[in-house]
Design a protein around this ligand. Structure first.
Ligand SMILES: [Zn+2]
Ligand SMILES: [Zn+2]
Length: 281
């Protein structure tokens, strides 16, 4: 399947030249139900997991499960499908799993209300002996359960930073420009139509809406780099650029993850093991 995102109505980098060097390419993944194989990028698909790597079990929850609960595949993405996303040297595969229970992220945790993920970086060529039957979680919050394995169809789209990630002075000039756009819709709204794309994607810029930017810092003290977003849908609000595309069938053909917002993943590009951290919007 191939997808073509609607082009922007305005060339925002021509209107505000200081945005030009901030342009970044994001790959929209457009997950749709299918039969992903072990060596395919996928959402809720089978993971290329080495037979000798113990499967992770969640032992965190005080509420949802008393016994350890098997983690569940959430996303696996190969570098060939995420050419603008960071991978550590020697790795070409990122796997994300989660325990599909929201109370495993307790109150006060940055991911409170969103299942907590767990990540593995891998060199796919090293995985020759693959785990055949990974365990499945016994306890699953119904609303999270991603029961539809999805294939992905990566599509490159140019993005600009989230409005609140821009210098204050530039934000103000963009806010002053928006009402001058003679349109009855939101196609001239920087945040909704001209900066970041909605939906599941790798690389580019994070969309923080509706929260304020909270870039995670690594224990080494450096700010982490944005990796990807997992979202429950890719349609935009009515009147925005993204609403021009017809996503009516997404409900029947998408992954049906019922996330409350986007799950954003970040990594430290300096520490050798490239640790991840997450935000839920
Ligand atoms: Zn759990
Ligand atoms: Zn670090």
């Amino acid at each position: 399947m191939s997808f073509a995102s609607p082009p922007p109505m305005f060339d925002i980098a021509q209107l505000f030249p200081e945005l030009a060097p901030l342009a970044a390419t994001s790959m929209r993944l457009h997950p749709r139900r299918g039969k992903p194989e072990l060596r395919d990028s996928s959402v809720s698909g089978p993971l290329l997991w080495p037979a000798d790597d113990p499967w992770p079990w969640c032992t965190d929850s005080p509420y949802e499960h008393d016994e350890p609960n098997a983690y569940q595949p959430l996303l696996q993405v190969f570098a060939r499908d995420a050419p603008t996303m960071f991978f550590p040297d020697g790795c070409d595969l990122l796997q994300l799993l989660w325990c599909p229970n929201e109370t495993c992220s307790p109150e006060g945790h940055p991911l409170a209300g969103c299942p907590r993920p767990l990540a593995r970086w891998r060199a796919s060529a090293d995985v020759t002996d693959v785990l055949v039957s990974p365990p499945t979680p016994e306890v699953v919050s119904d609303e999270w359960f991603p029961c539809h394995p999805c294939v992905v169809s990566p599509e490159p789209v140019t993005e600009y930073p989230y409005i609140a990630d821009l210098p204050q002075e530039l934000q103000e000039r963009i806010y002053a420009w928006e009402p001058t756009v003679d349109r009855s819709d939101d196609e001239g709204n920087y945040q909704y139509s001209l900066s970041t794309v909605p939906g599941t994607k790798t690389g580019g810029h994070p969309n923080w809406a509706p929260i304020d930017p909270r870039w995670p810092a690594c224990s080494c003290g450096r700010r982490m780099t944005y990796l990807l977003t997992i979202d429950d849908g890719e349609g935009g609000a009515t009147g925005t650029r993204w609403a021009r595309q017809d996503y009516d069938h997404e409900r029947e053909t998408g992954h049906e993850l019922m996330l409350k917002g986007g799950l954003l993943a970040f990594a430290c590009t300096h520490c050798p093991d490239a640790p991840l951290d997450y935000r839920c919007t």
